[in-house]
Ligand binder design. Structure first.
Ligand code: FES
Length: 112
């Protein structure tokens, strides 16, 4: 059954910016991409729909050089930050798995 879990403090996450988080649960590890763009936060599973690999170039680096799109480091697929939709690349038309989030008293929670 899904539950709301708090994320580490992300006050220093730039806008635009990205951060990778591995959440250790009793039965598995959930890898999350957290992004800030235009004053909004977005969260996705860190798994490319093309082959299932993690997306980042380097630790916490998920955005392309323009900081406009999420880019998969393996084959370069480009995803919209706002909804995770793949605009270009081998998985065009597919989407990253969105993770619901909410903010309470300045703390970010994700539903996992
Ligand atoms: S693994 Fe991401 S585009 Fe191929």
């Amino acid at each position: 059954m899904p539950e709301w879990l708090p994320l580490p403090d992300i006050d220093d996450l730039p806008d635009p910016g990205s951060y990778g988080i591995a959440m250790e649960l009793p039965d598995r590890t959930v890898e999350i991409i957290l992004l800030r763009k235009g004053g909004h936060l977005f969260a996705y599973c860190n798994r490319c729909p093309h082959t299932g690999v993690n997306l980042e170039w380097q630790p916490h680096r998920f955005l392309d050089l323009t900081n406009r799109y999420i880019q998969c480091a393996t084959h370069g697929a480009l995803f919209r930050v706002e909804d995770g939709y793949c605009l270009k690349g081998p998985c065009a038309g597919q989407s990253l798995s969105s993770i619901p989030l909410r903010i309470e008293s300045g703390k970010v929670f994700v539903e996992i």
